[in-house]
Design a protein around this ligand. Sequence first.
Ligand code: BG6
Length: 482
Amino acid sequence: MFPKEFLWGGATASAQYEGGFDEGGRGKSQLDFIDFISVEKRIGNQCTDDVSWERYKTIRENESEYNLPYRRGADFYHHYKEDIKLMAEMGFKVFRMSISWARLYPTGEEETPNPEGLKFYHDVFDELHKYGIEPLVTMIHYENPVHLTEKFNGWESQKMISYFVKYTKTLIDEYKDKVKYWITFNEINATLCTPFVSSGMFVEKSQKNKLSCEYQALHHQLIASALTVKYAHETAPQCMIGAMIARLECYAETCKPTDVLANMIDDQINLSFFDIMARGSYPKFLLNYFRDNDIIIDFVDNYEQILKEGTVDYLAFSYYMSYVVSAEPGKAEAPGNLVKSLVNPYLKQTEWGWGIDPIGLRITLNRIYDKYQLPLFIVENGLGAKDVLEEDGSVHDAYRIDYLREHIKAMDKAIDDGVELLGYTSWGCVDLCSASFADMTKRYGYIYVDADDYGNGTYNRYKKDSYYWYKKVIESNGKDLD
Ligand code: BG6
């Protein structure tokens, strides 16, 4: 069922992939100060917590004593030609990447962008086009100049809007002829789970309660996104600008109406970001939720008009697993992507305890498309696993092939159901640093990178079994999944 022009590819993010953190005039981002989360500090394979102000300060003052893997990523900065060649050999039509804000504006406050930073991304886009690969660019994938975190407490401050829009206008002006597909914010809803990682702010430093602080930051991001979309529509009408969420497809634990209602509310909140970014206004249920939960937001002047004028062209989301919701508090929970979930007894789980649910992907595609009637793009999906590099340079990752095959079948069925799906970029197509633990142990790629959690290794690239498999999938436009 896949249309001829379907965009097959893979996804990455600069903070987790790029490395070169102190080269080319790049400033530091807040993620450069997250240390490797060792096994001892993990609870049930879930990252113990977002980074606190105290923890951040300690690392900041003693940088050299910490293992800071985000700084290294998988060293795309020095390997981009090789990586793109490998992607081209696999047949990629699209490559999702993000731009490091601090590489273009080292502190965020400069008046003009760093020319070396601009050149680096020009080179990357040129290399992609050499092979006919379309870049799909996330303007911000969690990564903020750390200077803005320290000076303004990140996105809690309204000041972030103008710094961000200066940066995104640069992106559009500079790259509009090389990049057609854009996403403003990666998983915009993630601030509700990881405010430091996603918004570069410390909730404990705010005068507001936790939810107010988070929704305040989100309000600023939604405004910044809408202003960016408006600018792109006016100056680069050939581009398509998307919204993105971490999709938390959820099921009620039972058919008890209270469980079904609790599930409905979780789902409404998860999709509320699409309501705002695609329809251009805050939905009534979200304003009621603010009222009922003591969430106070200082709305930006003229925000209603700004949101209306900056609605997106397509909807992108990540999908790794589904969730189970109960109205009764205190039930045992399993780890998940961003949030924990009740265990779904009908699903198998990954090594990290994430419930594998390809049917949930078909459900989610239908649900989102039915509601918004906009083209969709799956920009993250995949299996994190501990791969083993054999002596002969092979990696046998049949488990990953099984996972991806079932999800691709689900996409195929959803397209047959009538969903308009632009493309599929599976996560971490080249191994990169994981977001939850800042480690290299949890890998997603078709291409293995020889680097461990401590930065030891050659950083050489090796093709996994899934590499050859995905090449066939793309060649046959999704028909040959064996
Ligand atoms: C998504 C993020 O939520 O999940 C990625 O956008 C992240 O940045 C991915 O890497 C997988 O999570 P993890 O923790 O397994 O790396």
